[in-house]
Design a protein around this ligand. Structure first.
Ligand code: UDP
Length: 362
């Protein structure tokens, strides 16, 4: 029996693990000798950022929750490592599978490798080359001790090869986040705010902001939001606020009739809004991928991206973090000249099946 421990910690992990869990369950029902243990590190813990995703994406209850919430980067890394070491010693695995780029990804990869357990990294190899992002450090550390890389793009494959990884360790499988998007698209559901604001197709923009560069400095966040308000005509701005951003937004007291700051939405409600939006303004990585596949114009408030295919093939544009740059891009949007986007190779809804096929043969 091949035992795989799957690690999830934060919101963007959950849509990535869901299809992998389902593919393993399917393999088991076909009598393949593979089993999984789902470990939630507890990095995100409340209903908004974690619980609702388990329900909507039909992820089984984790076998264990390590309850490592809060703390600085170092404190959280340390807490997760201590708890995950105990977990893996009590429940040894043949393979630890980590996804994405959060602290749990890096911390659990480190623990696994030091306990002589092979590590698979789903979404390995992507690079922003921006060392001010904690996620980039997590990616670099994780990939330096990963045995099997499941990649989402040719760029990731090239990055890995350039850093000395042998081609035999790289499996270009596609994007499990998009597996979830495609599977759940028929289930997207209207949030309450649709009715409350009388939203309709294209009469609003969805905003998400949570990167330290945008939300840790009061004046940066204030200038950015004011610039968005100033250049979006009469569109509603629907802004599900990440907990990190909420702390500082409260202090800004921005009050504008078109700006609607709300609690984070569940997955099905959030993507219902994205699919029908005039555009998305974001600094999220995952949202740029989803908007590209849904063919919704996406304005990214960052100076770099680890997902260049969302720009070359998708609907994404890098605006940067200088609020003054927004205006000219919003003009293109309102002129109806935003790029339409193309299919992205292997983002076809079957990445998780490919991953499990590879794991079976490892
Ligand atoms: N998301 C959600 N509700 C929200 C905002 C985002 O379900 O209110 C989902 C979104 O569809 C995507 C994921 O959260 O699947 C992105 O997570 P996040 O932006 O926190 O992380 P990143 O992708 O930047 O690592």
């Amino acid at each position: 029996m091949l035992k795989v421990t799957i690690v999830a910690g934060a919101r963007p992990n959950l849509m990535k693990i869901a299809p992998i869990v389902h593919s393993i369950q399917k393999a088991r029902s076909d009598n393949i000798k593979i089993d999984f243990r789902l470990v939630h590190t507890g990095q995100h813990y409340d209903q908004n950022m974690s619980g609702s995703f388990f329900e909507q994406l039909e992820i089984p209850k984790p076998h264990v929750n390590l309850e490592c919430k809060g703390g600085s980067q170092a404190e959280q890394t340390a807490k997760i490592m201590i708890q995950f070491e105990k977990e893996l010693i009590s429940n040894p695995a043949d393979l630890v599978l980590v996804v994405g780029d959060v602290t749990s990804t890096m911390a659990c990869a480190l623990v696994a490798q030091k306990l002589f357990t092979k590590v698979a990294h789903v979404e390995g190899g992507i690079r922003s080359n921006d060392w001010t992002m904690p996620e980039e450090i997590n990616r670099l550390v994780t990939d330096s001790i990963t045995n099997y890389f499941f990649t989402t793009s040719e760029t990731a494959n090239t990055n890995l090869k350039k850093s000395g990884v042998d081609g035999s360790q790289i499996f270009f499988v596609g994007n499990t986040m998009i597996d979830t998007l495609m599977k759940q698209r028929p289930n997207f559901k209207k949030p309450q705010i649709w009715k409350d604001l009388q939203l309709s197709n294209g009469n609003y923009i969805v905003m998400t902001l949570h990167r330290p560069n945008n939300v840790d400095e009061q004046c940066q966040l204030r200038d950015m939001i004011n610039e968005i308000i100033a250049n979006t005509r009469d569109l509603h701005l629907v802004f599900p606020v990440h907990p990190r951003t909420q702390k500082i937004l409260k202090r800004l007291n921005i009050d504008h009739p078109r700006l609607h700051a709300i609690e984070p939405l569940s997955y099905l409600e959030f993507n219902y809004l994205v699919e029908r939006a005039k555009a998305v303004i974001t600094d999220s990585g995952g949202v740029t991928e989803e908007a590209s596949v849904l063919r919704v114009p996406c304005l990214t408030l960052r100076n770099n991206t680890e997902r260049p295919e969302t720009i070359t093939l998708g609907t994404n544009e890098l605006i940067g973090t200088d609020p003054k740059r927004l205006k000219s891009y919003l003009k293109i949007l309102f002129n109806g000249n935003w790029k339409k986007g193309h299919d992205i190779p292997l983002w076809d809804g079957h990445a998780a099946d490919r991953i499990v096929e590879c794991i079976k043969n490892i």
